[in-house]
Each structure stands twice: as structure tokens, then as C-alpha cells.
Design a protein around this ligand. Structure first.
Ligand code: FMN
Length: 215
């Protein structure tokens, strides 16, 4: 199957216009068929040895969301102390989650024991299963964008807290907590870039030829 030029352009448009969403969520519900499509897209991510180590916990209940938010608040307070004084104030001024505002939360996990101990492609580098679940997150993120849904990744929460709140079994690793919903608008640039926190690094400085030091 050949991808047409127009389809190619749609993929790049989706990639370049994907944003991490925090403050722009609207309360409109996400229809079940749309949710199904983005979950199917996530489930079609590549995975090491085709182990498909992910599960998806869909959260709509505001009490559960509130517990997640409490977990965020704790980790966020801890995080603020880690920055030097000047950056701390700026860090505190950022909105870094939309847990309560987003109509949907999805926790993506990794079952590192799925399909047994020896997995094709995970033998030399055991973390490949975690990377696979991250691939599922990225598929979900891009599919959400193609559906005009915003998605925000909330990593400022201890995984142990996520496990307790969501009753995740001991042997399962939480990978991501995602806030999803329709949005008032998408930013045209990463918010951290706009706020002068960090610039986008020029691609040329990141591409090496044959060996690390050769640009
Ligand atoms: C692994 C990962 C964890 C992230 N965690 C958070 C987070 O806890 N809170 C937040 O506001 N953004 C989070 N982000 C979003 C990044 O800040 C964002 O992707 C980056 O600033 C670039 O902006 P863009 O995604 O809008 O292009 C996370 C992104 C990734 C990939």
C-alpha cells in the first residue's frame, strides 16, 4: 500500500501540530468510537518481540482524578525544591497538568513479564519493553491529535502513588498518565519554548555522521 502525497502531508501536519495540552481542555465528552480509535492506534504501536506489554486504564471518575491530582500536587511541591531559586518561581508559575479539567485520563502501563522471560529483542537490553509502551503512548498522542483531541502527559507523580490509586498489580509498571479531551486551541509552539524555559535545539547539532563528534 502506497501512501499518497496528501496522506504524507497529513501525517507531518499531525506531527508538527501535536502539543502537550494542560490548560485548554474543554469538558465535552470524548465519544466512545473516538476513544476506541485512539486506543486501537496505541495498540498498533511497535513492541519488542511483539510482546504488546501495554494495558490502558481509562479514567472518567472525578474522585479517582482527584486522587491523581493530589499525587501530582505532592510530587510538584517536591520538584519545586529541586530547582534553584530563580527557576523555582518560574517552575511554580507553569501549569503542568490538566487532570481535573480533561474529561478522560488514560494510564498506560507495561507488563514486563508478559510472554515470558526471554523475549526476541529484549535479551541484550531489558528496558526495551518499557520503550515499547512509550511507543504506544506516542501513537496514542498522534492519533489523538489527528482526532483534534489534546493530550497532556503528567509525569509529576510517583509511580507508587499511581499504582495505589489505580489498583495496578505489583508486577505492572506504570509508564504514563495522560489527560485527554477536546481543547479551545492548540499552541503553535511548545509552551516551555514560548516561556523562554528552553529553546528548540537546532537539528544539525544533533545529527552525527559515522561517529559521535562528526556533524
Ligand atoms: C515523558 C514525558 C513526560 C512529560 N511530563 C510532563 C508533565 O508532567 N507535565 C507537563 O506539563 N508536560 C509534560 N510533558 C510535556 C513536555 O513538557 C512537552 O512535550 C515539551 O515541552 C514539548 O512541548 P510539546 O509536546 O507541546 O511539543 C512530558 C513529555 C514527555 C515526553
Amino acid at each position: 500500500m502506497k501512501i499518497t502525497e496528501q496522506e504524507r502531508d497529513a501525517v507531518y501536519k499531525t506531527i508538527y501540530n501535536r502539543r502537550d495540552t494542560r490548560a485548554e481542555f474543554k469538558s465535552d465528552p470524548v465519544p466512545d468510537d473516538v476513544l476506541k480509535r485512539i486506543l486501537e492506534a496505541a495498540h498498533h504501536a511497535p513492541s519488542v518481540g511483539f510482546m504488546q506489554p501495554w494495558d490502558f486504564i481509562v479514567i472518567r471518575n472525578s474522585k479517582v482524578k482527584q486522587s491523581i491530582k493530589d499525587g501530582f500536587e505532592l510530587a510538584h511541591r517536591e520538584a519545586a525544591e529541586m530547582f534553584d531559586k530563580e527557576r523555582r518561581e518560574k517552575y511554580r508559575s507553569f501549569k503542568l497538568e490538566g487532570i481535573m479539567e480533561a474529561p478522560l485520563g488514560i494510564c498506560v502501563t507495561c507488563d514486563r513479564s508478559r510472554t515470558g522471560d526471554v523475549v526476541i529483542g529484549r535479551t541484550a537490553n531489558p528496558e526495551m519493553d518499557l520503550y515499547s509502551s512509550v511507543c504506544a503512548v506516542q501513537n496514542l498522542w498522534l492519533a489523538a491529535r489527528a482526532e483534534n483531541l489534546g493530550l497532556g502527559w503528567v509525569s509529576i507523580i510517583h509511580h507508587q502513588a499511581l499504582k495505589e490509586i489505580l489498583a495496578i498489580p505489583e508486577h505492572i509498571t506504570p509508564v504514563a498518565y495522560l489527560c485527554i479531551g477536546y481543547v479551545s486551541h492548540f499552541h503553535d509552539q511548545p509552551e516551555l519554548e514560548k516561556a523562554g524555559w528552553l529553546p528548540r535545539v537546532p537539528l544539525d547539532s544533533l545529527v552525527h555522521y559515522e561517529q559521535w563528534s562528526k556533524h
